[in-house]
Design a protein around this ligand. Structure first.
Ligand SMILES: Cc1cc2nc3c(=O)[nH]c(=O)nc-3n(C[C@H](O)[C@H](O)[C@H](O)COP(=O)(O)OP(=O)(O)OC[C@H]3O[C@@H](n4cnc5c(N)ncnc54)[C@H](O)[C@@H]3O)c2cc1C
Length: 342
């Protein structure tokens, strides 16, 4: 008999299971596809904050998650002996014009307070050796943004959970509290149950290039993420597709994204494409994470809606859900409740 059954071995399910195990619960994760079979098996891994202004409970939750991520992933690596590829290496963004410069400077001030003096948002001069082309010659640099390698992070979480006595299996009956962290398939099950659209899969395509920038900051320019990883690759992400035929195929939209990345970051001009990958992000109707009790289904819970920032949110999602399941301590922001998407 286990205390908690988690359905879905993506980053949400594994983070919930891990935080429950840390609190002393016995945990079983069930996924017929195994760890990382869904959106969490990808390549990009940008852990980037919202802009530091107009603070609300969603931004505060995300800040807490990014802030605790370094310790979270260090604990995972130390327990399971596998490297999630985490590094708080920061981020560079171009400053387009005078108006953008004024906004960037205002955000530098608000970040000082909202990020509690622990992380910086500042304007710096562009460095021609690495970073985005910037019309003003200036960049925004923040030190809160981090990266991890999604596929490796999932493997590291699975190893840590197993090392702590948790199980990961393809099939098992419900025992104890049941958490449904089943990604886009879980959202479609809710659509069917409630007879309306509560969530939908949103396709994303991504790639890795061979270019060694392992300790350098990631770049966000023109809507493209350029994320250096520890293995000497740079990930490029991602398309956003509501309409698609196959969830796992790559096409010309990805080639166009790669071309945009090369134009934004000239250092990548000659870097070869090593891998291409597509997956389906789980987007709740609220566009926010969807957490909490499954309405009308006693003993069942939902952890879903990671959409574009599931890896960034995972530490707090795990922490918050474990507190709810094991202590009855409900700290879920109103906008993240399942009801927000019903
Ligand atoms: C191209 C792309 C780029 C991205 N880039 C980033 C990024 O840079 N930063 C970031 O933070 N996020 C990023 N994301 C988003 C992130 O990957 C997702 O938010 C996250 O992986 C969602 O995790 P999940 O565990 O909820 O879902 P999933 O990883 O999809 O896991 C759901 C799991 O449930 C299983 N399952 C389904 N039905 C059942 C069932 N009935 N029983 C048991 N198991 C079941 C599936 O096999 C799957 O393994 C990106 C996503 C994509 C597609």
């Amino acid at each position: 008999m286990v205390d908690v059954t988690v359905r879905g071995a993506g980053v949400f399910g594994l983070a919930v299971a891990w935080e429950c195990a840390l609190k002393g619960a016995s945990v079983r994760v069930v996924d017929p596809g195994g760890p990382g079979a869904g959106a969490s098996g990808g390549l990009v891994g940008a852990l980037a904050p919202h802009v530091p202004e107009n603070w609300n409970e969603k931004k505060a939750f995300q800040f807490a998650s990014l802030d605790m991520a370094q310790d979270f992933w260090a604990g995972v690596a130390a327990t399971g002996g596998r490297d999630p590829g985490y590094l708080r290496s920061g981020r560079l963004q171009p400053v387009a014009d005078e108006a953008a410069l004024a906004l960037a400077r205002a955000r530098a001030d608000t970040a000082a307070g909202l990020w509690e003096g622990r992380h910086v948002w500042e304007v710096i001069a562009a460095d021609p050796s690495w970073g985005p082309v910037s019309p003003t010659g200036l960049l925004i640099r923040d030190t809160l943004t981090a990266r991890l390698h999604p596929r490796r992070a999932v493997a590291a979480l699975a190893a840590a959970l197993t090392a702590r006595g948790g199980e990961i299996v393809a099939e098992a009956p419900d025992q104890g509290a049941v958490v449904w962290a089943t990604g886009w398939q879980g959202l479609e099950a809710l659509n069917a149950q409630f007879g309306k659209t509560i969530g939908a899969p949103i396709k994303g395509q991504s790639a890795t290039l061979g270019f060694d920038a392992r300790d350098l900051p990631q770049v966000f320019a023109g809507g493209v993420h350029v994320v250096p990883h520890a293995d000497g690759t740079v990930a490029i992400g991602s398309t956003t597709e509501r309409d698609f035929e196959a969830g796992d195929s790559c096409d010309g939209q990805l080639e166009e994204l790669i071309a945009r990345a090369r134009a934004a970051v000239p250092a990548l001009a000659g870097a070869p494409v090593l891998a291409r990958w597509a997956g389906l992000r789980p987007r709740a109707r609220s566009r926010a994470p969807m957490l909490g009790a499954w309405p009308g289904r006693e003993g069942h819970f939902i952890a879903n809606g990671g959409f574009k920032i599931g890896f960034g949110m995972a530490p707090m999602v795990g922490h918050t859900m474990a507190a709810l399941l094991l202590d009855g301590d409900d700290r879920i922001p109103e906008g993240f409740r399942v009801e927000a998407s019903l």
